[in-house]
Design a protein around this ligand. Sequence first.
Ligand SMILES: [Mg+2]
Length: 363
Amino acid sequence: MDSGPRGPSGTPESGGKPPNWQEAKTFYDSLAPKKKPKSPKPQNAITIAVSSRALFRMEEEQRIYKEKGVEEYVRYQLEHENEPLSPGPAFPFVRALEAVNSRLRELYPDSEDLFDIVLMTNNHAQVGVRLINSINHYNLFIERFCMTGGNSPICYLKAYHTNLYLSSDAEKVSEAIGEGIAAATIFSPSKDVAVPQSQLRVAFDGDAVLFSDESEQIVKAHGLDMFFEHEKTYENKPLAQGPLKGFLEALGRLQKKFYSKGLRLECPIRTYLVTARSAASSGARALKTLRSWGLETDEALFLAGAPKGPLLEKIRPHIFFDDQMFHVAGAQEMGTVAAHVPYGVAQAPRRTAPERQAPPAVQ
Ligand SMILES: [Mg+2]
């Protein structure tokens, strides 16, 4: 007897016995692929677009691209297409989003209120096979690929109703922010800190991230004392919204779905406000602004100018957003995946043309 799959009666494998249709059905059902969950429609989902270099580490590939050009780069990727890429800075975040999705699917089997992850890359289509192999290797659920062939991702981000765009290309991120899309440049931490597997943790700076930069402008123009005075005077006037407010809102919407199933304490999403404001002098305006939007963070940490890195090391978020590179670098050094939101008065002046001679990076 052969050891291959046993065919149903009546098929050539059965040796000519009369057909048994029930047996045949069972046989063919066993060949059917395992049922995968369906992707939600973009207009219903919370869409997170990540670039390939945010999701996977591609330093060696990037070096080949820069030093030897696109042909060598594509050749290298083809030669290594069965070798999965290592996880990049956005990987634990994407994993945590998927963990939240599976809890939501258990609780609300018919709902499309889910995260949907889109891989947004300007890579050559041939490199797509290595990316697909890597995604399958780690069992990630990423069905939407957008290979822009070197074009700007902006129109695709809009078409996908993107709620958050993460990339390692600061220029593309600035372009997205300029178009009103929540976006951040993501950095790998300098050391590895284990992040929770069963709870998504997201930490936000306040000014120029959740809020507009209007108060930060006061600090820059008139100093801290005037800022404290100003915030006290306008304590009851909500700040305008910043680029990441919509993402906090989306997280809050999903949190409520867990709360309504009695899971407030064990909610698999936890949010943090980590601000340099001090509680006594300028904290109230931040909290009252969130309240005026019907939003809250689970924890609010007012550091009064103290470094954010040590505190973030304790929180162990999957991602931390800040508009100031100083805080991003401090978080990164202490093992936090930090993402820079290029928005507001704190941004360094744009680079001048002569420095921008390098070919556009692969995202
Ligand atoms: Mg800020």
